[in-house]
Design a protein around this ligand. Structure first.
Ligand code: NAD
Length: 352
């Protein structure tokens, strides 16, 4: 019986780093009974096939991606049928979703349709094919504009500031309700703060199809001359320099947490709660202007930016209490803001 991990959205930004993390670590060399097979399902809605080739080059290992829309239940079921033959499906890591706050404000129907239907299908199939361990990509956006900082996993949901954020609140609730009907499965909900940066090799990184709406790709594209200038969305917030505060976290640290979450569920199958929630952030709040300064310092580039209007859907300030992930999963984020920025710049330079 081959052991397999199914990763949806495995060609996307965080998914590709997690595929690499799993391929590099789930090996005989590292004490596992065999080299686990990693299978991705990604329709390239926001990624491209070249990512699979880059992962193969980087790891020297095979990875298969099914170019399939997870909203298509029958096609996704066929993948489970094929991949479960003579194999044990150890876990599913469900990344696939649309993630842009402004795009979700502009086209909420598409966001609800894609993010929720895909999740429903993958949940149904996880039960049908008896996959015991399920990891879900959630987001700190579930907390909305939290009254007290840092936010812990016990901080209640706030008002969802965008349709995107609401898909994550509803997604978590769907999993909680579903879990009650499927007692043999366990679920980890990972609430990421602001994943940035790129793999140290610069072979994979953030490469969205549409113009990016998150800060760091906008910074690197501007510095590379692919955008004339950038706007800081809001400079009159009640923060130390007027710009929004976020908890930036290196994407490779986020990727590692997924592997640790699977390991945790496998090793603690008798004792782990059926649903565990973890914040994934460094615990440090960094303003947009501080992030820009960190970028300018490590890249030796002067950024052409302007202070602009606030943007609908943005929360003012958020950073994590990450103690639970540290204690329970043994997760220690390794990278600081300057390393995040220099790896993002290295990835951008490679792709100019
Ligand atoms: P991404 O867009 O780079 O990756 C998502 C991947 O899923 C893409 O490759 C896309 O093609 C695929 N996909 C989307 N819908 C699909 C569908 N219906 N069928 C098959 N494939 C589909 O995004 P990312 O930054 O890697 O985010 C991964 C997950 O993490 C998402 O669920 C996102 O909401 C969540 N998240 C991201 C951030 C962030 O800032 N990047 C923060 C918090 C949470």
């Amino acid at each position: 019986m081959q052991k397999k991990i199914i990763i949806t959205g495995g060609c996307g930004y965080i998914g590709s780093h997690t595929v690499v993390e799993c391929l590099e670590n789930y090996t005989r060399k590292n004490g596992y009974d065999e080299d686990y097979v990693v299978v991705s399902i990604d329709s390239y809605l926001n990624s491209s096939a070249s990512v699979v080739e880059n992962i193969k080059k980087l790891t020297g290992r095979e990875v298969k991606n099914y170019d399939t829309d997870l909203c298509d239940y029958e096609k996704t079921k066929k993948i489970f049928e094929t991949e479960s033959k003579d194999s044990e499906l150890i876990g599913i890591i469900h990344f696939a979703a649309l993630k842009s706050v402004p795009d979700s404000v502009a086209d909420p129907v598409f966001y609800y349709q894609n993010n929720l239907n895909s999740l429903l299908n993958i949940l149904k199939l996880s039960k049908e094919y008896k996959v015991k361990n399920f990891i879900f990509s959630s987001s700190c956006s579930v907390y909305g504009n939290a009254k007290e900082l840092p936010v812990s996993e016990n901080t209640p949901f706030g008002v969802a500031e965008s349709p995107y954020a609401y898909t994550k609140q509803v997604g978590e609730r769907m999993i909680i309700d579903f879990a009650k009907t499927s007692e043999h499965q366990k679920f980890v909900l990972l609430r990421y703060f602001n994943p940035v940066g790129a793999h140290v090799s610069a072979q994979i990184g953030e490469d969205p199809k549409n113009p990016p709406t998150s800060l760091v790709p906008i910074i690197t594209l501007t510095a590379a001359g692919k955008r004339d200038k950038m706007h800081v969305h809001g400079s009159d917030y009640d923060t130390r320099d007027g710009s929004c505060i976020r908890d930036y976290i290196h994407v490779s640290d986020i990727a590692e947490a997924h592997r640790l979450a699977i390991d945790y569920l496998v090793k603690n199958k008798e004792t782990a709660e059926q649903i565990e929630i973890f914040n994934l952030g460094t615990g440090n709040g960094v303003t947009v202007l501080e992030a820009i300064k960190a970028f300018e310092k490590v890249s030796h580039q002067k950024l052409n930016y302007e202070l602009g209007e606030r943007r609908e859907g943005d929360v003012v300030e958020i950073y994590a209490d990450n103690q639970k992930a540290k204690t329970v999963l043994g997760w220690i984020p390794k990278y600081g803001i300057e390393e995040m920025m220099s790896s993002a710049w290295k990835w951008q330079e490679r792709n100019v």
